[in-house]
Design a protein around this ligand. Sequence first.
Ligand SMILES: [Zn+2]
Length: 384
Amino acid sequence: MLALTAKALYTPIEKIEHPLLLIQDGSILKVSSRAASEAPAKCRVQDFGDCTLAPGLVDIHTHGAAGFDLMQADANGLGKIEGFLARHGVTSYFPTTVTAPMDTTLAALDRLAAEIESSNSHGQRAEPLGIHIEGPFLSHTRRGMHPLQDLQKPTLAAFEKLWQAARGHIRVMTIAPELDGALEVISEATKRGVCFSIGHSDADLDQARKGVAAGARHATHAFNAMRPLDHRDPGILGEVMTNPGLSAEIIADGIHVHPIVIQIATRAKGVEGTVLITDATAATGMPEGRYQLGSVEIEVKDGMCMHEGTLAGSVLTLERAVRNVMSFAQWELQHAVRAATLNPAKTAGARNKGLLQPGADADLVVLTGSGEVKATIIKGVLVL
Ligand SMILES: [Zn+2]
């Protein structure tokens, strides 16, 4: 048995001063304060001093890191990405595809499914829990970097192909609800436990509401690749910002969304509805230059990833997103942590993640007061 202690702990719903967290066989046995209970005899105690214990970060929208793209990475590349994530506080993630030729997508889904099925044995690496599939059911006008020729009309037959290739590991799917056939795909696939996320969309308010009525409960990178908010034509963002039944992703790198708009969005969605994501690419953690994002090439300069004059992903890490939202939205660390742990875990249906409570996996991040990652713990094992 292992006992962890520090200055504070965020569950993240609650804050516990001078906590004591007991770990056995990779799971959390007990969470309390040191005043309330003592470490059992013969238990190894690890003291993280002035730091704060929090759940490990969960990224539900990432395309790669450390020079590798998740659409193409082989076992070695996946190991590099997952090692990089773990060193940056991420203990679980949802590998995210981009729109590509169908055969390329099906091959990527097969590879990612295999990684998910074997990830239990890896240790010391962020764990892939399920796939976020971004495309091919996206709006032509709001497609961003997703290649026009590979976009498809939503049909149950096309969804079924993707589902089979992924062997049922699709957990999140971005979809433009205004497309013909989208509502049928949303309502059918929601029954399989897929979280539908409206995005890459030119939907007006009514079309967005129909998507939500069909089962959508999340929004992909709010403000980016969406019909803009207009005071007489609020569109999809009007629904995303006001419906508490939808959580919303925000790319808090200060490039994709202006810090003031992040303040507006976080006030609208609140501490419970904001989901910090990275939308990271292979270029994350690498020198500037050219990198692959699915089947397209991106150029990274001055911290921006570009493809044919449009923003194409980021070089953001989730730990930096946590610190950024503290400064952009004047959020305290506990709230920023919640938006990168419990909220994404809930959205993607990741049980046993994102919340420090008995029975949950012992996935933790050790943070300084300003949100720097000091250490990461995956299933009770310290990542070096
Ligand atoms: Zn993306």
